[in-house]
Structures are given as C-alpha cells and as structure tokens.
Design a protein around this ligand. Structure first.
Ligand code: G3P
Ligand code: MG
Length: 250
C-alpha cells in the first residue's frame, strides 16, 4: 500500500497541478513547461508518456509528432535520436521521462509528477513496466502518481508497483462502463481523475465517502477553478498554475 506517499494526505487546499506542465505559457510536455510550472508555484505537473521505437519512455501527448513538433510521423516508429531532432516549440526538444524526473528533483518540497501512461493504441506494449523501472531507478516513488483512462493499465500498475498511487481517468463523453468506472472494484486505486464536467459537491462527496481522492482536469476557466475548489476536490489539473494560484489565493 502507498501509505507513505504524502500526496495521499495533503488536505488543506487543492493541489495545483500543471497540465502538460505550464502549457498555457510554454510548449506542452517540454522541460520548459515543467520548469515554468515549478517557477509558477505549482505543486506538480501532469505529463503524458509513451514508448518510442528504441524503447525509451518519452514525454509527448499525441501518437504522432505532427501537432506539437516541426516533424511528422508516429512516435512509436521513431527512434529517440530521430525524436531529438525535432523542435517541440521554442527550440525545446521532446524530453524523456528520465530527464523530467532529473530536472524536477531536489525541490524544497517534492514536486509531484502525475504520469499518464498513454499507450491506449498499444495497450500491451509493456509501457507500465518501463515507466515503473524508470521511477524505481530514480527512487522518486514518493512524488509520483500514475493515471490512465484504461482501467487495465491502472491494474497492471497496481500489480507492478503497489506502493505508488494510481488514479483512474475518465471523461463524461466516454462509454457508460468507463464513465461509471464499473471496473473500479477490480482496479486498486486511490485517486479518481474525472474531467471538470462531472464536478459537483455531491459527486466529490460521494467519491470521498468511498475513500477516494479526486483530481479534476483540464480546468482553465477561473469560474471552474473556483467551482472545483468549492466542491472539495483534492487537486486541480490545469494549463496555468499561475491562474490557479490567483483564483485559490495561495
Ligand atoms: O490527465 C488529465 C488529462 O491530461 C487527460 O487528457 O488528453 O489531456 O491527456 P489528455
Ligand atoms: Mg494527459
């Protein structure tokens, strides 16, 4: 059980988590975005990871590099060296998970990394095992929270790393069995990550009564940030930690 992980106990205010880093103000999922989130006073960041062709765990949202870089092609078909050639915005490179962990180490207060395992198109590619291996190598288990829209991936993470907390992601547009998290009893997890469309005080209270912690996403609108906080969520994932701090007054 992840009893020692302090992210399970923080309670006085919602955690401020930069979505893909401080992606409102820096290229998403780059070291610049993660360092800016830290500079903006975030408690941590959410980041998306997948395998590239040479097996490293790289930090990028889409299955292709087309939207976020000056290149084209499938991430899983490109080597790390090929990915390194690309400009991910403002001269930034696509980082590896290793680099993000190293760059965010040593903060006065451990900087939370909410790692979303993004192997939805290739769910049996062993990504969960690779990600756990990287986290273990750095010994940063105490500042990691895994998440996935795929309950089976969350289950695999629970088996591989029962000491690292996990969240089930869901969106109100998903099919009802995922939206209602029917698999929850089979998937050990501490967190729920519903999108902001779900959030009401009643919804959050119901999950809390089940012993779950609730982090909601992607919350950029000031009124939504205030509403999420008033509803009692434990964490807010949004593109601008700066805006979240202003609205929350912290
Ligand atoms: O983890 C929250 C959020 O990142 C999930 O959606 O598409 O932005 O990765 P997406
Ligand atoms: Mg994500």
């Amino acid at each position: 059980m992840p009893a020692m992980n302090h992210w399970l106990h923080q309670a006085d205010r919602p955690l401020i988590i930069g979505h893909r880093g401080a992606s409102a103000h820096a290229p998403e999922n780059t070291l610049a975005a993660f360092m800016l989130a830290m500079a903006q006073g975030a408690d941590g960041v959410e980041l998306d990871v997948m395998h590239c062709a040479t097996g490293e765990v790289v930090v990028i949202h889409d299955d292709t590099v087309d939207r976020t870089t000056n290149g084209t092609g499938w991430v899983r078909k490109m080597s790390l060296a090929e990915l390194r050639e690309l400009d991910a915005g403002d001269g930034e490179r696509i980082p590896t998970l290793d680099e993000v962990i190293a760059a965010t180490a040593g903060a006065p207060r451990p900087f939370l990394l909410n790692i979303e395992v993004k192997n939805y198109a290739t769910p049996f590619d062993g990504l969960e095992r690779s990600v756990v291996e990287v986290v273990r190598r750095h010994g940063c288990e105490d500042r990691v929270l895994f998440s996935s829209f795929n309950p089976l991936a969350v289950r695999r993470l629970a088996q591989l790393a029962p000491d690292i907390p996990r969240g089930i992601l869901y969106h109100h547009d998903m099919p009802i069995h995922l939206r209602e998290v029917w698999m929850a009893p089979l998937v050990p997890h501490e967190f729920r990550h519903p999108d902001i469309g779900f959030i009401t005080p009643e919804f959050v209270a119901k999950l809390k009564a089940q012993g779950k912690r609730v982090n909601t996403w992607t919350v950029n609108d000031r009124a939504d940030i205030a509403r999420a906080a008033a509803s009692g969520v434990h964490g807010i994932i949004g593109d601008s930690p700066l805006t979240m701090r202003e609205v929350l007054g912290v």
